[in-house]
Design a protein around this ligand. Sequence first.
Ligand code: PA5
Length: 443
Amino acid sequence: MELLKLNTSKSGVAFSEDLKQSAMAANSLLHSGKGAGNDFLGWVNLPSSIDKEQFDAINACAATLREKADVVICIGIGGSYLGAKAVLDAMSNPFELLHTEHKNPIVLFAGQNISEDYTAELLAATKNHSIATIVISKSGTTTEPAIAFRIIKEEIEKRYGKEEAKSRIVAITDKARGALKTLATDEGYTTFVIPDNVGGRFSVLTPVGLLPLAVGGVDIEKLVAGAAAMEAATAEGVAFEDNLAAQYAAARYALYTSGKKIEILGSYEPKLQNINEWWKQLYGESEGKDGKGIFPASVTLTADLHSMGQYIQEGERSMFETIISVEKPAYEVKVEADEANLDGLNFLAGKRLHEINKMAELGVQLAHIDGGVPNIRIEIPTIGEEAIGALLYFFEKACGISGYLIEVNPFNQPGVEAYKKNMFALLDKPGYEAESAAIKARL
Ligand code: PA5
């Protein structure tokens, strides 16, 4: 079974020899480590390097948390949050909470905002549940998760006592640096390490993503196997014609340089909505710098045809669309015939919803192409661990190649610091006295 297919035939891009060579050269740079940001290339060969011992350690920790808690709160933001959220949502039944019996603990997220209401409602909702937490921060100093952890740690200690709390808190952080590492060592929490050479947005296949996913019942070995298959299929030396990540990156680059500055990622499966969010961070933080980069946007279809559809069809012509298309659903639901046929839908009688969804997809694709929106299609066979693992790695590899094609360092994010400086100055953080006075005068 092929885990992923790429169809660029409706993108309007013809791959020139120059473009193919540039994409292949960019791929080689990721493997040789001679490009910008080369101290953050640990993700390139990551899937194939995860051994049984690592899986066993993660699965054992997940089993302990599953046994102790019926709600596990994952604390993190950005790359320390989006991957787990994306894959968990893709692999879960969205109506799970309505089922009275839960096979897996409920995984909730915190630290991805500083909302007082969100935090209060989370604490209230979990009051009568047994809770545990996984706190994730590579730097160990990010404000949002640090605040959430302070509150949830206190809640756990208050409920279970300091000793028991230690077995309900797991930290995933740097091996040596940061406040979270110091705290975890002092308190004796179980810890997992985020490798130095893997940046946040490329860390979904490290314990950052794998532990929360294992807690949520995802088969992480299958997920990584899918990613490893894609790692092999996009390795250095794989010809452009076979290298789907190089093709996707090359198509995006050709569209970008022809004036298409926005890429809309979409899918007709709502479970994939948070794959869009993960992808937006991956591409937005990697490419958006030095005044360059495709702006990553997303839609969930067919819902957003009734909100964004008008703009996509007839608005400013600066976008192209990439659709993740799922070949086979997990269930079967058909439209039944209705004697009165008041809604006039009997022409659909006997058809599966999937068939109707597919025709919507194909119809929209052609309409958008006619409206001047080139289309790239990524096909996965089903929403399963292996295909999702392959998709994650495919996007990561294409992202690295894309960054080198537009000649930016895809592995830094200097622009993220600006808001932090202002926020600390406004909150009178010690050391920010000069900035504090200046920024307050501007309010
Ligand atoms: O991609 C990145 O590096 C960022 O989005 C980080 O993941 C995010 O800022 C969270 O950082 P940390 O894990 O250090 O708390």
